[in-house]
Ligand binder design. Structure first.
Ligand SMILES: [Fe+2]
Ligand SMILES: [Fe+2]
Length: 303
């Protein structure tokens, strides 16, 4: 049995005082917004409780699906690297970026360099260059495929895009991992299909590319963040539905309902002709304790 932990949207709160020059951009709106809405709700204490609970579950691996920062400032990327180091070594943790990590054009140079060890192929263990997407890592019968939907967008928008070239490489990786008989997990920040129509300005604009690729080549599980809410949906695969699981913001505190901070555990059990997948969301209850909020089983047929 392979246990995969999934945490997302940690939006690390240690926002340093930005230099004025760094604020002259979309960041001015983001900075005001963060001060107004997020400062109180997203505390380091909540994130520490969640990660302690996650570590206590002894996952074989942890996936982090983007939005590690708020404004894509240089100091935030460095803070996020320290957080990744504390979460686990690159062999145990895989990360991808979110739209906040690409808040302004050119920010991607920073995470592609600073977070590269957590965003690389297995063959790049001695990593020297910047991260390239998609990448694939093989772990005990599981293939983790990391996509980037992180692009800088106009003010008040938080859309994502994977593009044609990334999709072409994704198709090759899905086919390759499928032939090897691996349980294929796609990591992407934005949900592949719009869940809440009110979030159209925050959607994956070329979600059709991803949906078409998995409909053709298959995948066993898709994990995402971005919506800051726990969700269970599905997209079409060649042999039936593919589960799509979203987690709430990793640094949200206790709240009523599915927006309460949390993370997910995925137990992948190879039973010969099929896999048994058990998905558990663990979230804060009203008293601030981390509890199981949802548990689902899926019998996933082998390709
Ligand atoms: Fe987020
Ligand atoms: Fe996001």
């Amino acid at each position: 049995m392979f246990r995969l932990g999934h945490i997302s949207d940690v939006h690390l709160p240690a926002v340093p005082q930005p230099r004025l020059r760094e604020l002259i951009s979309k960041r001015i709106i983001g900075y005001a917004n963060w001060h107004q809405n997020r400062r109180g709700a997203m505390t380091t204490g909540s994130l520490e409780l969640l990660t302690a609970d996650l570590q206590a579950a002894e996952p074989n691996h942890i996936a982090v699906t983007g939005d590690l920062t708020n404004l894509a400032l240089r100091d935030e990327f460095e803070n996020a690297r320290l957080w990744l180091e504390a979460l686990g070594p690159p062999a145990m943790v895989t990360a991808i970026p979110g739209n906040h990590d690409a808040y302004v054009p050119r920010a991607h140079h920073r995470y592609r360099r600073l977070w590269a060890p957590w965003m690389s192929n297995d063959s790049q263990a001695e990593f020297v260059g910047p991260a390239i997407f998609p990448f694939m890592r093989r772990k005990d019968g599981v293939a983790l495929i990391g996509l980037s939907s992180a692009v800088a967008s106009a003010p008040f928008m938080a859309t994502g895009r994977i593009g044609r070239r990334q999709t072409e490489r994704l198709e090759k990786l899905l086919a390759e991992a499928g032939e090897e008989g691996l349980f294929r997990v796609i990591l992407i920040h934005h949900p592949p299909k719009l869940i809440d129509p009110r979030r159209t300005l925050r959607r994956l604009t070329d979600g059709h590319r991803l949906r078409r690729a998995v409909a053709r080549h298959g995948a066993e599980l898709i994990l995402h963040g971005h919506d800051h809410i726990r969700s269970v949906t599905a997209v079409r695969g060649p042999k039936g539905a593919i589960p799509v699981i979203g987690v709430p913001a990793g640094s949200s505190g206790p709240a009523a309902g599915p927006k309460s901070g949390g993370y997910a555990l995925h137990d992948i059990d190879d039973r010969g002709s099929a896999w048994r997948l058990t998905v558990r969301h663990r979230c804060f209850d009203e008293k601030g304790r981390v509890q199981e909020a949802l548990s689902l089983n899926f019998d996933v047929r082998k390709p």
